[in-house]
Design a protein around this ligand. Structure first.
Ligand code: GLU
Length: 441
């Protein structure tokens, strides 16, 4: 059965880059009728925070990315220790004692000599006595996985055939000196034991994948299918990594972005399919195909979310936005006509307040000198209430007859006098909502 997982580290709020990963894994699972796991990668006790775990869940719920199972790596430390023992028994694990400064120096020397900065495995030559002495002096060493120096190959769901020479990669550290298990091994143990069949993640993980394939094989597991999506850049192709902090999902929510707008964009961005607003999750699932994504960096422009949000809002019935309409101050008996008028004229729900303020308080009228008499005459002709959708038509016909004005010369001065603006909602829909006019009726 298809099983995927989204595996964020709870060290910050999740952002659009994480969402791309989460969504692809979610859609693959749902399309196949499989299982989607939310896995909290919290093996780092210093940086992992409970508040971020809660925030990740809230953000996922906001988007409707419901998980079937939740797992936490901090609950599974004994499983990782067992795997580490197994690798140790197999002779694939060795202790190394270099300090970060020493490693840095080695890397610089290698680079100076035009060589790739790969760990030189000096620790493999240490005798037991030397290790004992180093341990006494520096404390426990780190544990590195000894890669087999051969080519590591896989068929990537997005990047195609990949082949990496293991000797160009440093033996990965899987356990720190203080005993902390690192993501590289924890992830492998989880993916294997949880039956994960498909792993989609960012292309910054390609080298990890190469080393993880060897670890999975050493532990006797089955490799999942891997796919690495390209990283997001800004609209000009600039790196987004530094700005991702400002593109947290909760900030977008705060700015009024609607979940369907965000999901519709992220499910298509970087693929050969056009971005289109989807009406619901089922449509997104149906239209998703990982094979349509390309390896090139993907441009993301936060501004693209707003037209999609506006379009989505336009499609909603009052029942879906009743709370926001009430919060904007609109009385219940006007909610229906207010929403019918406003939904064509908003980008986000935050704009409702402004339209209600216009209805309630009226606008500073914009009346040109030459229109003063005309406006006074028109106001005198306002029909008896109550006002409805036909009132505007009846009124302007009467005004036309009385004044001889027509077309723009008739409508524009009325619009400007009533709304203070040259453009805006349909006057037929707006007129019955204008409270000063209603008061007269
Ligand atoms: N916790 C890892 C990350 O956030 C997970 C990577 C993976 O999907 O394996 O980068």
């Amino acid at each position: 059965m298809t099983t995927t997982r989204f595996a964020p580290s709870p060290t910050g709020y999740i952002h659009v880059g994480n969402l791309r990963t989460a969504l692809m894994n979610y859609l693959i699972a749902r399309k196949a009728g499989g299982t989607f796991i939310l896995r909290i990668d919290d093996t780092d006790p210093e940086r992992s925070k409970e508040e971020y775990v809660d925030a990740i869940k809230q953000d996922m719920e906001w988007l409707g990315l419901q998980w079937d199972r939740i797992e936490r790596q901090s609950d599974r430390l004994d499983r990782y220790a067992e795997a580490a023992d197994k690798l140790r028994d197999m002779g694939r694990f060795y202790e190394a004692f270099e300090t970060p400064t020493e490693l840095d120096l080695k890397r610089k020397k290698q680079l100076n000599m035009g060589k790739p900065p790969v760990y030189d495995r000096a620790a493999l030559n240490l005798s037991d006595a030397e290790k004992e002495a180093l341990r006494a002096e520096r404390g426990n060493g780190v544990w590195r996985f000894k890669l087999d120096h051969e080519r590591i190959e896989w068929n990537d769901g997005i990047l195609g055939d990949i082949s990496i020479d293991a000797s160009s990669v440093s033996d990965p550290v899987l356990i720190r000196g203080d005993g902390q298990v690192l993501y590289t091994i924890a992830s492998v143990v989880d993916d294997t034991e949880m039956g994960v069949t498909d792993v989609v993640r960012g292309s910054d993980h390609v080298t990890n994948t190469a080393t993880q394939i060897q670890i999975i094989e050493a532990l006797g597991g089955t490799c999942p299918r891997f796919a690495h999506h390209s990283l997001l850049t800004g609209p000009q192709g600039e790196a987004l990594s530094k700005r991702l902090g400002t593109l947290a999902l909760r900030d977008l929510r705060e700015q009024g972005v609607q979940p369907m707008a965000l999901l519709s964009l992220m499910a298509r961005l970087g693929s050969s399919d056009p971005v289109e607003l989807r009406s619901d999750m089922a449509e997104l699932i149906d239209g998703f195909d990982i094979g349509r994504f390309g390896a090139a960096p993907t441009k993301f422009d936060v501004q693209d979310l707003f037209p999609l949000t506006a379009k989505h809002l336009q499609s909603l019935p009052l029942t879906d936005v009743a709370e926001a309409v009430a919060e904007a101050g609109v009385p219940a008996d006007l909610a229906e006509p207010f929403w019918a008028m406003a939904r064509e004229n908003i980008t986000t729900l935050a704009d409702l307040k402004g339209w209600w303020a216009l209805c309630r308080d009226g606008a500073e009228p914009l009346i040109a000198d030459e229109d003063r008499d005309f406006i006074a005459e028109a106001i005198a002709l306002l029909p008896e209430g109550p006002f409805d959708g036909d009132t505007w038509g009846k009124w302007t016909s009467a005004v036309k007859e009385a004044t001889g004005r027509k077309g723009k010369g008739l409508f524009m001065p009325l619009r400007k006098a009533l709304t203070g603006m040259e453009r805006g909602p349909e006057m037929a829909a707006l007129l019955p909502l204008l409270q000063v006019i209603r008061a007269k009726a």
